[in-house]
Design a protein around this ligand. Structure first.
Ligand code: AMP
Ligand code: GLY
Length: 423
């Protein structure tokens, strides 16, 4: 099979690495790809927002499956337009991608299907949002409705903070994503991520993970796209996975099918494990980044088989097999991230890091200049390792970090601390 992978981040490097291991793969293309992805794929300069151009490329190169990494092309309807052109796509259509594209859409679906989630209100003007927040009191959570690159959520400890966040949203801090606002109850518990493939009716549970969103050790400082992750998440016991499937994932898949907009692709459920059980914080309609990196390290099954079966509606009876080993990834970011940072500093030592058994370095933001690998983003490398336990994977990952020669980069030193301190 010929496959086109859309994206350029560490997540897509991990997907490319795993797809390349499939005996069913003939050619792998990536648009736009990256130096890391280029080790496994032919990178092509395609304008992904031009859906007609993507379809023409697929016809020219006899592409059998398009795998969409990030959410933006899905929300923009790339899967619909490719499907219309007769091309199989891994990833939901525009309507089903609203599960990530609109927080209010997901909250209303939860209310209609009786899925456990924080109590909420949806607002299109500041005054009614402020009145709701006042009536509920702090702590309370304020969210821009649309895609805001992970920056549209304020967990407000005080009412003043909540009111300021509401005003920011309606003043345009998140552009059109903030034209509507969700105000919701603050859930108390431990967060975990759960992933499942679905073809619109059959569901294959994947694995669990936990990530670290804050930039600083001890989960302090500003939010980021994610500074590290590990899998499995110890809090997601078999019983908790079963409840998540029965109370959250299955009702979501059935409700989407019932609306005539079946969800095909991967459901990434952000969960809060509360005293009363799992509650849905939010859905994403794509693999997590950097969660995909740890999932791919643990997956024993053929990824291409699974993604193709999902796209083709043949997931019934499929299973995903995982190594019992844990995996952990440490994000190396450019100094200054998530604020402003420089690009272009030289990175060496990846081969030395990867010579450690069970280590793989995924590239999230790199470029090649005159043959030298250089930093080209905020999050730059995902130094990933497996081990018999999360503690062993952590030790191996940090051993590999020591072999990376990149003085302009930094990383957190405590990825996995919660799992290690409680396990
Ligand atoms: P998001 O950008 O939607 O992933 O949200 C960012 C973070 O905000 C989540 O990972 C949670 O830590 C937190 N969060 C979102 N909603 C809630 C909620 N209802 N209660 C507590 N924390 C929340
Ligand atoms: N790691 C968080 C995300 O992919 O949204």
């Amino acid at each position: 099979m010929n496959v086109l992978l859309i994206g350029s981040g560490g997540r897509e490097h991990a997907l490319a690495w795993k797809l390349a291991q499939s005996p069913r793969l003939t050619r792998l293309f990536a648009a736009p790809g990256s130096p890391g992805i280029a080790e496994h794929a032919e990178c092509v300069a395609l304008d992904v927002t031009d859906h007609g151009a993507v379809a023409r490329f697929c016809r020219d190169k006899a592409v059998d499956l398009v795998v969409v990494g990030p959410e933006a092309p899905l929300v923009a309807g790339l899967a619909d337009d490719l499907a219309e052109a007769g091309i199989a796509v891994f990833g939901p259509g525009r309507e089903a991608a609203q599960l990530e594209g609109s927080k209010g859409y997901t909250k209303d679906l939860c209310a209609a299907a009786n899925i456990p989630t924080a109590a909420y209100g949806r607002f299109t003007d500041a005054e009614s949002a402020r009145a709701y927040a006042r009536a509920q009191g702090a702590p309370i959570v304020v969210k821009a409705d649309g895609l805001a690159a992970g920056k549209g959520v304020t967990v407000a400890a005080t009412l003043d903070e909540a009111l300021a966040a509401i005003d920011d949203c309606f003043a345009g801090a998140f552009g059109s994503a903030g034209a509507e606002v969700v105000v919701e109850e603050c859930l108390i518990g431990e967060e975990a991520s759960f992933f499942a493939l679905t073809d619109g009716s059959a569901i294959v549970p994947l694995a669990t993970a936990q990530d670290h969103k804050r930039v600083g050790d001890g989960d302090t400082g500003p939010n980021t796209g994610g500074m590290g992750a590990y899998s499995p998440a110890p809090i997601m016991t078999d019983a908790m996975v079963e409840r998540t499937m029965a109370e959250i994932i299955r009702p979501t898949v059935d409700a989407m099918a019932g609306r005539g907009t079946p969800f095909r692709g991967i459901l990434y459920a952000g969960l809060m494990i509360t005293a009363g059980g799992p509650q849905l914080i939010e859905y994403n309609v794509r693999f997590g980044d950097p969660e995909a990196q740890v999932l791919m390290m643990r997956l024993e099954s053929d990824l291409l088989d699974l993604l193709h079966a999902t796209a083709a509606g043949r997931l019934d009876g499929a299973i995903a097999r995982w190594t019992r080993d844990a995996a952990l990834t440490v994000v190396m970011a450019a100094q200054g991230y998530p604020g402003s940072y420089e690009k272009g500093s030289a990175i060496n030592g990846i081969t030395a890091a990867e010579s450690l058994a069970g280590v793989k370095v995924f590239q999230a933001g790199t470029e090649r200049r005159n043959g030298q690998l250089v930093a080209n983003g905020g999050r730059v490398l995902n130094v990933t390792a497996t081990g018999a336990t999360i503690a062993a994977a952590q030790a191996k990952a940090y051993q590999a970090v020591e072999r990376i020669d990149w003085p302009e980069g930094f990383c957190r030193r405590d990825i996995g601390w919660r799992a290690i301190s409680t396990g």
